[in-house]
Design a protein around this ligand. Sequence first.
Ligand code: IPD
Ligand code: CA
Length: 252
Amino acid sequence: MEVENAKFLQLAEEAARMAGGLIKANFGCHLEVDVMEAHDIKIELDRRTQRLIEGHILERHPGHAIYGEEGISGNQDGEYQWIIDPIDGTVNFFYGIPHFAVSIALRRKGVTQVGVIYDPMKEEMWTACLGGKAYLNGQSVQVSTRSKLSDAILSVGFSKTEESREKGLPLFTRMSREAKKCRMLGSAALDMAYIACGRLDAYIESQISLWDIAAGQLLIECAGGQVELTPHSDDAHKYSIVAKTGNLDLGL
Ligand code: IPD
Ligand code: CA
């Protein structure tokens, strides 16, 4: 299993670097918009980047399933399933804010085996394999040791829906008062990568998809933190998430 996971990790890293290269090359360029809607945007580059990642993986493992923000293919109940967010932080990317990432995880029989998050602008690659440590550019990392909310730097996210704003705004207000600082950075994947290496102490969001957080969950767990994922009762593809360092009491 370890040897197999090491190979899959290498594949995920290669795919993330290729994808990151494509995204970075298009940063600041004219972009084709697929859908412009209230509080969100979909761009053609999202789809093209997922196709690049998928192509790299499926060329080597044609029987594996893909569960990505830009499309789902293969048998989702099969043994291997890749969870892909080609550009997490699309709004940042589109408006020229250099804070976004590629997120790729592999699940085997529903259990995440490897996870990578790559920030092509800062050339930061976070990696983890089940049962191992979390790494940033090859150096092992851990969650912070901060345990008091008043010392903590948090990220509260909310998506495009009214419901997520209704939940997120009061929490943001409360945490802004109680934590050291509260942020909303626009990339769930990077929020989680930042927790894994001790930059942030917690990330909370009420409506998130698996592709946003699958790699991040493994990274945080391998770095000594905790991730609580609660599937929505009316939509099994959406979750609420509380991700944090090991000892932090959020008082939720
Ligand atoms: C979004 C980002 C954002 C989070 C949203 C996600 P996208 O992903 O991760 O931080 O708050 O819920 O949908 O659309 O940029 O890939
Ligand atoms: Ca996303």
